[in-house]
Design a protein around this ligand. Structure first.
Ligand SMILES: NC(=O)c1ccc[n+]([C@@H]2O[C@H](COP(=O)([O-])OP(=O)(O)OC[C@H]3O[C@@H](n4cnc5c(N)ncnc54)[C@H](O)[C@@H]3O)[C@@H](O)[C@H]2O)c1
Length: 254
């Protein structure tokens, strides 16, 4: 059985992870880390900070807050623990810290743990070069619940990078200060926030008199939790380095 330390166990994704893990006999959440655990009952010990955690585990799964990442990475590298990092909205410093940590431990990192989005990204990567070269403009629209901290979503950037893999278009997040027609060499990315939307993404290829749209809708957070558990099983025992969900699906589909 794989023992998982859940970083951010009191959050929305923490709750989904606990529920999905309870139905999987091959995993066990052995401890949690979250500063917000006061007066809440868990079936495992919860620590307020990574450096207070005394329970040993096999893998760390993180759904927390970008500011919490450096301390967690210190914890994982000191104990040589593999980690699945799902938190989005990292600043440049945290990105560098994460990349440095991959020299010492295996880290699987993805802005979106769902099968659907990762298959969509692979498809977008395949077709966007041809569509962009034949005059289609690329626009990405993402929608999330009102409490999401970062914008645009990490998934919108993951899809933008997939669409940009055979070009080097600029990303444009706001056109309100410009009075120019749309250049070919850009990808527009728009964020919508409201209500309890779990996550919707649309990649639009707009051409002359025709529009092709690919969309993905997360109907619950369980898809991310299931993907994170699959990722935890995959990363355990791997060599140090940076992995993503494309590696996981490649391994499972081969
Ligand atoms: N990769 C994916 O597929 C995916 C899917 C959903 C959400 N996310 C990302 O995961 C993160 C969490 O999402 P959420 O909706 O659960 O947010 P949330 O705000 O509901 O939960 C975050 C939790 O992290 C805790 N936290 C804050 N500081 C911490 C620290 N120092 N150590 C440990 N825990 C700490 C908070 O107390 C809270 O309980 C966000 O960055 C979100 O964008 C990623």
């Amino acid at each position: 059985m794989l023992n998982i330390l859940l970083h951010g166990c009191c959050g929305r994704m923490g709750a989904a992870m606990i529920r999905i893990a309870a139905a999987d006999r091959s995993v066990n959440i052995c401890a949690g880390i979250d500063p917000n655990a006061v007066e809440r009952n868990f079936s495992f010990p919860v620590f307020s900070r990574a450096d207070c955690c005394t329970v040993s585990c096999d893998v760390v799964v993180d759904f927390s807050n970008a500011k919490a990442l450096p301390a967690l990475l210190d914890y994982c590298t000191m104990r040589e623990l593999p980690a699945v990092i799902c938190t989005t909205g990292l600043n440049d410093g945290a990105e560098r810290r994460l990349n440095d940590a991959t020299l010492q431990i295996p880290i699987l990192r993805s802005a979106n743990m769902s099968l659907g989005i990762n298959l969509l990204a692979a498809l977008i990567k395949k077709i966007s070069g041809t569509l962009a070269s034949t005059g289609f403009d690329i626009e990405i629209i993402e929608k999330h619940h009102r409490d999401k901290l970062d914008a645009p979503s990490g998934t919108a950037m993951l899809l933008a990078n997939a669409a940009n893999s055979s070009h080097s278009f600029d990303y444009v997040f706001d056109r309100s200060s410009r009075r120019v027609t749309r250049p070919k060499s850009e990808i527009g990315i728009t964020a919508v926030r409201g209500g309890t939307i779990a996550g919707e993404h649309e990649v639009m290829f707009a051409g002359a008199d025709e529009v092709i749209t690919f969309s993905h809708q997360a109907l619950s957070r369980d898809i991310f939790a299931s993907g994170a558990l699959t990722a935890a099983k995959f990363i355990y025992g791997k060599q140090a380095g940076l992995y993503d969900m494309q590696d996981v699906f490649a391994a499972y589909l081969s």
